[in-house]
Design a protein around this ligand. Structure first.
Ligand SMILES: *[C@@H]1O[C@H](CO)[C@@H](O)[C@H](O)[C@H]1NC(C)=O
Ligand SMILES: *[C@@H]1O[C@H](CO)[C@@H](O)[C@H](O)[C@H]1NC(C)=O
Ligand SMILES: *[C@@H]1O[C@H](CO)[C@@H](O)[C@H](O)[C@H]1NC(C)=O
Ligand SMILES: *[C@@H]1O[C@H](CO)[C@@H](O)[C@H](O)[C@H]1NC(C)=O
Ligand SMILES: *[C@@H]1O[C@H](CO)[C@@H](O)[C@H](O)[C@H]1NC(C)=O
Ligand SMILES: *[C@@H]1O[C@H](CO)[C@@H](O)[C@H](O)[C@H]1NC(C)=O
Ligand SMILES: [Zn+2]
Length: 322
């Protein structure tokens, strides 16, 4: 899921450095010798748990739940709320300013939005979303990470709460090409702007400020956010803590192929002497009960390959210390 990477950083800063000191855990996604099969050993406490993410969603099996109403998205229209974009060595992460919040949507309370990050495969032709729908894996997936507002960043409390985090998952599809052949590249404009920063963060730990001008609403344009799946799951990176209320929206974000391809051709795991960052997603975990507003859709899939030793896994570690 959540490469908790992002929340991780933000949250890590809030806990004592003791909890963040052992960030040397090496884990990998999809190398032959180092892959997500070993996570249950590396982080045994949770990664082999009973409500792990991501999962395949079978729309026909999703049960209706009348509580899954509309969300309220606070500051998603704020074109100054995206503060910075960075290469964590595991993902590309965008950090938010304060005041971004999500509530409603059947969530137990308001959650503060911390960051979003992305999962991808190897270009638009080798898909790398984490969740799949009826077996179909999408080219990419965006995860917005949110933590219960009532905690004020207190991760000690968050540790004991199976709904401490709310993750909003958006599948990303290469669909502009079919729909707008005359505008096949550089679409939509918000994603062209966002991806223009990738060249500034090619190396691990690179980070640059994002100029005002694009909002979360801009990046999520075209997605009907009243239609979604809901299940209880985990972080999708070690330590895989089972503290996440998952929302996966039914409609994908549509991004042109050239922009999707930039992630797997621009971002390095470490630097230009290391592999490009590709196939950054966890394999599918055992299915969980899924609810939704009604029933729907379907499709196909495939997987792929990468590894690296890692640095900082903020929240994962912070939440996993005990
Ligand atoms: C927009 O977000 C920025 C950064 O978080 C914040 O300083 C500003 O107050 C927000 N604007 C509004 C209208 O809330
Ligand atoms: C990714 O795709 C490129 C271009 O097809 C290929 O050269 C490279 O080997 C692929 N990388 C992985 C890890 O599969
Ligand atoms: C966090 O919450 C726990 C449990 O309620 C409390 O004991 C602790 O003092 C809190 N920590 C901070 C920094 O507020
Ligand atoms: C391309 O986009 C422009 C501006 O949005 C629009 O005027 C034009 O009709 C589009 N062309 C096609 C083929 O969709
Ligand atoms: C990103 O890199 C380009 C080209 O090197 C440079 O012109 C631009 O100022 C950089 N942007 C940021 C935000 O650092
Ligand atoms: C890449 O990183 C490695 C390990 O930190 C370092 O030894 C090497 O000099 C770096 N290469 C470049 C081109 O920066
Ligand atoms: Zn994620």
């Amino acid at each position: 899921m959540i490469s908790l990477v992002a929340a991780a950083l933000a949250t890590c800063a809030l806990v004592s450095s003791v909890h963040c000191a052992s960030e040397s855990t090496a884990w990998c996604y999809h190398l032959p010798s180092c892959n997500d099969d070993t996570w249950s050993t590396l982080s045994a406490r949770y990664c082999n748990g009973i409500r792990q993410s991501p999962i395949n969603i079978a729309p026909a099996s999703a049960r209706p739940d009348a509580n899954l109403g509309a969300f309220t998205f606070g500051n998603f229209d704020n074109a100054s709320a995206l503060e910075s974009i960075g290469n964590t060595g595991r993902t590309v992460k965008v950090t938010f300013g304060s005041g971004v919040q999500v509530s409603g949507g059947g969530l137990p309370e308001a959650y503060n939005s911390l960051q979003f990050h992305l999962h991808w495969g190897n270009g638009s032709s080798v898909p790398g979303s984490e969740h799949t729908v009826d077996g179909k894996r999408y080219p990419m997936e965006l995860h917005i990470v949110n933590i219960k507002a009532s905690y004020n960043g207190n991760t000690t409390q968050a540790l004991a709460d199976s709904e401490a985090l709310a993750a909003l998952g958006f599948l990303i599809e290469n669909a502009y090409f079919q729909e707008m052949p005359g505008n096949a590249t550089g679409q939509p404009a918000s994603w062209k702007t966002l991806t223009s920063y990738l060249a500034n963060i090619t190396n691990k730990d690179d980070s640059v400020a994002i100029a005002s001008g694009i909002s979360l609403d801009d990046l999520l344009d075209g997605v009907d956010r009243s239609k979604y799946y809901r299940y209880l799951g985990s972080l999708t990176t070690p330590a895989c803590n089972e503290v996440v209320v998952w929302t996966v929206f039914k409609e994908p974000i549509k991004v042109s192929k050239d922009l999707i391809d930039l992630f797997s051709t621009t971002i390095y795991v470490t630097n230009s002497s290391s592999p490009l960052m590709t196939n950054v997603f966890r394999k599918i975990q055992p299915e969980q009960p899924v609810t939704t507003q009604s029933t729907s859709t379907s499709s196909t899939s495939s997987p792929p390959t990468t590894c690296y030793s890692l640095g900082l896994m903020g929240l994962s570690l912070a939440l996993g210390w005990n």
